[in-house]
Design a protein. Structure first.
Lengths: 276, 362
C-alpha cells in the first residue's frame, strides 16, 4: 500500500516541479521577448531621434540619462540658416472651410513643405499655426546650408503649385506661400523647461527670417532672402534686389532679395540688368 | 535570426554581379570562406580588394582587443543603418560560436551603456568619429584617454571605425543585397555547418604583425598613412590608395574633387590642405576649387565631375534608401565601373577624412 502512495506522491511532486519549471521557463521566454522588443524599439527610437537632435546630444541623453545628459550637452554657438514660411490668406480660408476639410488641406500642405525641406537637408523645427520654421546646418555641419535653404524654398514653391492644381480640381481655395530666409550666428541646443525641452536655435536670425517673411506681401514676392544670406549664395541663383524696409523689432532697414530662379534653370547670360 | 535593422528600407541592387573566379579565390585565400557578394565589386578591382582586405579580423590589428573591434564595427554599422554590414558582423560572431542571446545582449548593452568603462569609451569613440565627424571626435578622444586606452589602441579604434564607414557606404550605396546574409543563419545546412564555419573563421583570423611601410609619395592622405607606419594598417592603406589613384574609370582630378568636397563637408581641416595641393598639381585653379567647395559646381568641371561632386556631398550624412535612389539616377549617366568607382572613392574618403581628423593631430 505504501509503495503506490509513494510513487503517486513522487509523480505528483515531479509533475508539480515540471509544471513550475515550465511556467518559469515560459515566463522567462516572454520576458526575454519583451526585453528584445523594447531594446529594438529603443534602437529605432534612437535612430529616429537623430533626425531631430544631433548625434552628440543624443549620445549624452542616452549615455548619461536625460537630466545629466541635458547638463552635459551644453548649447553651442553655430551659424544656422533659418527658413520661415507662412500661408498667405489662411485666416480667411479657415473661416470658409469645414474643419475636416481645412485639416486635410493643411496636412497636405505641411507634408509637402516638410518633404521639400527634408529633401534639401533642412529640418522642420516648429509648426506655428500654418507657419513653418526650418533650420539648415543646426543638426550637422553643413557648409552649403544657404544654397540648401534657397533650393528648399524653390522646391516648396514648386510643390505649392502642384498642390494648387489638386486643390483647384476639388474646387478648394488655392494656397499662396511667403518665405523669408536669413543666416546668422546663434545658440543651438536643448532649451526649455524641465517638463518640456526641445532642440532649438535661439538668436536674432529667427526673428529676422520671420520679419522678412512678412515683407513678401509688401514686395509681392514669394521668396525673400536677406543680404547676409545672398552673399553666401551660388551666383547662379537669380536674385532681384528689393527696396530696404523697416520691420518690427529691428532698428535698421532690412535689405532683401527676391529669388526668381535656381541654378538649374538660370543661365548667367540670362541675367537682367539689376539682377545679381 | 532578425537584427534590429531589418526594417530599414533597402532598394534593389544598383549594379550587376560579375562572377570573377580569380577574385573569389583571392577572397577565399584571405578569409577561408567564399565572399558571398564580392562579384558585385568585380568591375573595380581596387574596391573589391579593399572590401576583402580592409577587415579588422584578418591581420590588421596589433593592439586593440578583437571583441572591442567587433563591437565598434557593430555599432558603427548600426549608426549608418547598413543592413549588409550589420548582418555580416552578427553572422561572423554567430559563426565563431557566440549565441544569438549573447549577441542580442551585446546589442542591448550598446543601448543600455552597461559595458565596462574602457569598452564603453572605445565604442562611444568609434560611434562619435563616424556620426559626428571631427566635431565630436575631440571630446570622445579625451574620454577615451581618461579610460586608460593607449595611443596605439586609439589609432586602431579610429581605423576600425573608418573601415566600417568605408564598408557601410560601399555596401549601402549600391544596395548590395542584405537579405541573403541576414537569412543565412536560418538555413538548416548553415546551422549544421556552423562548427566548421567557426573553425575556418578562427583559423584564418589572425593578429597583425609589425609591417615596414614603404616610402609614401607626397600626395593626399600621405600623412595619414605615415601615422600608421610600422603597423599593417599603414601598408594596407598605402596599397589601397595607390590602387585607387591608379584606377582608370574616373580621372584623378574627379576623385580628388570628390574627396575635397567630403573633407569640406566634414570640416576636416587636416586632410583638406593635402587634397587642395594635389588638385593644384593636377592643374585645377584655386578659384575653381573655391567655387566647387562653396557651391558644389563650377563651369570648368567636366560633365562627370559635375555629376559626382554633388553626389560626394550626399554620402557624408545619409539615410540608405534616399541615397540609393540618388545613386540610381547616376546609373543612367555613368557606366557601372564609373559608378562603382565613384562609390568606392566616396566611401573611402568618408572613412579616411573622419579618421584623419581624429588621429592626425595626436
Amino acid at each position: 500500500m505504501t509503495g503506490p502512495v509513494v510513487v503517486v506522491t513522487l509523480l505528483i511532486l515531479v509533475a508539480g516541479l515540471a509544471s513550475a519549471i515550465y511556467r518559469q521557463w515560459h515566463q522567462n521566454r516572454t520576458l526575454k521577448a519583451q526585453l528584445e522588443a523594447v531594446a529594438a524599439d529603443l534602437q529605432h527610437l534612437q535612430q529616429s531621434c537623430s533626425r531631430f537632435v544631433p548625434a552628440g546630444v543624443l549620445q549624452h541623453l542616452i549615455g548619461d540619462g536625460v537630466q545629466s545628459g541635458i547638463e552635459a550637452a551644453a548649447p553651442e554657438r553655430k551659424v544656422v540658416t533659418v527658413l520661415f514660411a507662412d500661408l498667405v490668406g489662411s485666416t480667411a480660408m479657415s473661416g470658409r472651410l469645414e474643419p475636416a476639410v481645412l485639416a486635410r488641406v493643411l496636412n497636405g500642405y505641411f507634408q509637402r513643405m516638410s518633404d521639400a525641406i527634408h529633401e534639401h537637408r533642412g529640418h522642420v523645427a516648429h509648426f506655428l499655426g500654418d507657419g513653418i520654421v526650418a533650420y539648415f546646418g543646426a543638426l550637422q555641419p553643413n557648409p552649403w546650408q544657404c544654397n540648401d535653404a534657397v533650393r528648399a524654398a524653390l522646391a516648396m514653391r514648386a510643390a505649392i503649385r502642384e498642390y494648387n492644381v489638386e486643390l483647384g480640381r476639388e474646387g478648394l481655395p488655392l494656397l499662396a506661400l511667403g518665405i523669408g530666409i536669413d543666416r546668422g550666428l546663434g545658440l543651438v541646443g536643448l532649451v526649455g523647461a524641465r517638463e518640456r525641452m526641445e532642440y532649438d536655435f535661439v538668436g536674432r536670425t529667427v526673428n529676422v527670417a520671420a520679419r522678412v517673411q512678412t515683407l513678401t506681401r509688401i514686395h509681392q514676392a514669394d521668396i525673400l532672402v536677406t543680404e547676409a544670406l545672398s552673399t553666401e549664395l551660388d551666383a547662379r541663383f537669380v536674385l532681384i534686389p528689393m527696396p530696404a524696409e523697416f520691420v518690427k523689432g529691428i532698428s535698421e532697414p532690412v535689405v532683401t532679395y527676391a529669388v526668381r530662379e535656381g541654378p538649374s534653370a538660370a543661365a548667367p547670360s540670362a541675367e537682367q540688368p539689376g539682377d545679381r | 535570426m532578425n537584427g534590429v535593422l531589418q526594417q530599414v528600407e533597402w532598394e534593389s541592387p544598383l549594379v550587376e554581379p560579375l562572377p570573377d573566379p580569380a577574385l573569389q579565390s583571392y577572397a577565399r585565400r584571405r578569409q577561408g570562406i567564399p565572399h558571398p557578394m564580392i562579384a558585385y565589386f568585380a568591375p573595380v578591382p581596387w574596391m573589391a580588394r579593399a572590401v576583402v582586405d580592409m577587415h579588422p579580423e584578418y591581420g590588421l590589428l596589433m593592439h586593440l582587443d578583437q571583441t572591442v573591434a567587433d563591437l565598434v564595427v557593430l555599432v558603427v554599422s548600426q549608426e549608418n543603418s547598413c543592413r549588409f554590414c550589420y548582418a555580416a558582423v552578427r553572422g561572423l560572431l554567430w559563426a565563431q560560436g557566440m549565441s544569438w542571446a549573447r549577441i542580442q545582449r551585446m546589442e542591448q548593452d550598446l543601448t543600455r551603456a552597461d559595458l565596462p568603462p574602457r569598452t564603453m569609451a572605445a565604442v562611444a569613440f568609434g560611434r562619435s568619429q563616424s556620426r559626428s565627424g571631427p566635431a565630436g571626435a575631440q571630446a570622445a578622444r579625451e574620454t577615451l584617454r581618461r579610460s586608460g586606452l593607449g595611443l596605439e589602441e586609439l589609432k586602431e579604434i579610429a581605423f576600425t571605425a573608418a573601415l566600417t564607414d568605408f564598408h557601410n557606404r560601399a555596401h549601402t550605396i549600391p544596395a548590395i543585397p542584405a537579405y541573403p546574409i541576414e537569412s543565412m543563419p536560418d538555413h538548416l545546412y548553415v546551422r549544421l555547418l556552423r562548427p566548421l564555419l567557426g573553425l575556418i573563421v578562427k583559423r584564418y583570423r589572425y593578429r597583425g604583425q609589425p609591417t615596414v611601410l614603404e616610402p609614401v609619395p607626397p600626395y593626399a592622405f600621405a600623412r595619414l598613412v605615415e601615422t600608421y607606419a610600422g603597423s599593417p594598417i599603414g601598408a594596407i592603406l598605402a596599397r589601397t590608395l595607390a590602387e585607387m589613384w591608379a584606377s582608370p574609370h574616373l580621372t584623378l582630378r574627379c576623385k580628388l574633387l570628390m574627396i575635397a568636397v567630403i573633407a569640406r563637408g566634414l570640416g576636416c581641416a587636416v586632410c583638406a590642405p593635402e587634397v587642395s595641393a594635389a588638385l593644384q598639381t593636377e592643374g585645377l585653379k584655386e578659384s575653381t576649387l573655391a567655387q566647387v567647395l562653396n557651391h558644389l559646381d563650377a563651369p570648368e568641371l567636366d560633365p562627370i565631375e559635375r555629376l559626382l561632386v554633388p553626389f560626394a556631398r550626399e554620402t557624408i550624412w545619409f539615410e540608405p534608401a534616399p541615397l540609393q535612389r540618388r545613386a540610381r539616377m547616376l546609373r543612367e549617366r555613368l557606366s557601372a565601373p564609373q559608378l562603382l568607382e565613384a562609390i568606392g572613392v566616396a566611401s573611402l574618403a568618408n572613412g579616411l577624412c573622419r579618421m584623419g581628423a581624429t588621429v592626425l593631430d595626436l
